[in-house]
Design a binder for this molecule. Structure first.
Ligand code: ZN
Length: 255
């Protein structure tokens, strides 16, 4: 039988676990991936495997008995595929504590090999992030990108709030042939590669939570605006309607 039925709006929830920091529990970093997927296939690559990664990063840190200085929130965001709705709602709901948010790390590209991280145009973060990702040299995953702004995943509304963001840069792997398709099923997940990514994202998240210094300040509206223009992100945001939301103060940091 064919035909899609629009069942109208539904209520969905982010799934959140928190590990409290030992020295600065009010400061926090988020490790995130999205829990939802399209109804085609089972969403194993997009983004089931990385939702599992977030849970396994928490397990890894607990099993190692490590207690970072700052709090880590492990979040499975909902509604990403409909336009980062869960992460946007979270950023808005927690706006009064975003000065204390030291960063967010997100992974959303299936199991394509991680090559490094996109820093959302923030050159001011490169030295500190380079120190944190140095142990990933053995996986060849230390490349840092600052010349563009990734927009299509759950770090985005935090970036528009001026919070430091890291998005895993990944090789295509088998992501695109199975993207939003009936073929996006468990058998496509390279478990060995996924385990490496668990290690990598755990190192990055723990490193941000445990560092002496923050990666960088929370940027003001004017500073974020300059990055968006310098990276020509405005051209990308205009057709999506996001630029109008940004400039009017409807979305992201208003001041
Ligand atoms: Zn995705």
């Amino acid at each position: 039988m064919g035909g899609l039925v629009d069942s109208g709006p539904i209520t969905a929830a982010n799934v959140i676990a928190e590990s409290r920091g030992s020295e600065k529990p009010d400061e926090f970093v988020i490790l995130g991936a999205h829990l939802d997927s399209w109804e085609l296939g089972t969403g194993a690559l997009d983004n089931g495997c990385n939702a599992a990664l977030v849970i396994d990063a928490l397990r890894t840190i607990k099993a190692a008995g490590l207690k970072p200085r700052r709090t880590i929130r492990f979040i499975l965001f909902s509604g990403e595929e409909e336009g980062m709705m869960g992460s946007r709602a979270y950023a808005v709901a927690h706006r009064n504590e975003l000065d204390k948010m030291v960063g967010v790390a997100v992974i959303d590209g299936g199991v394509g090999r991680v090559t490094g991280f996109d820093l959302g145009g923030r050159k001011d973060m490169t030295d500190k992030v380079a120190a944190i990702v140095a142990p990933l040299k053995e996986f060849d995953a230390t490349e840092l990108k600052t010349d563009d702004v990734e927009w299509g995943t759950d770090h985005y509304d935090f970036l528009l709030e001026g919070v430091p963001t890291l998005v895993a840069e990944q090789e295509e792997g088998n992501y695109l042939p199975n993207y939003h398709a009936t073929s996006d099923t468990y058998d496509k997940v390279d478990i060995g590669q996924l385990k490496k990514h668990v290690a990598e994202m755990t190192v990055v998240t723990f490193g941000i939570a445990n560092a002496n210094d923050r990666l960088g300040p929370r940027l003001t509206h004017a500073e974020i605006d300059k990055i968006l223009r310098d990276t020509h992100s405005d051209e990308q945001m205009k057709p999506l309607g996001i630029w109008a939301e940004w400039t009017s103060g409807k979305r992201g940091r208003a001041k």
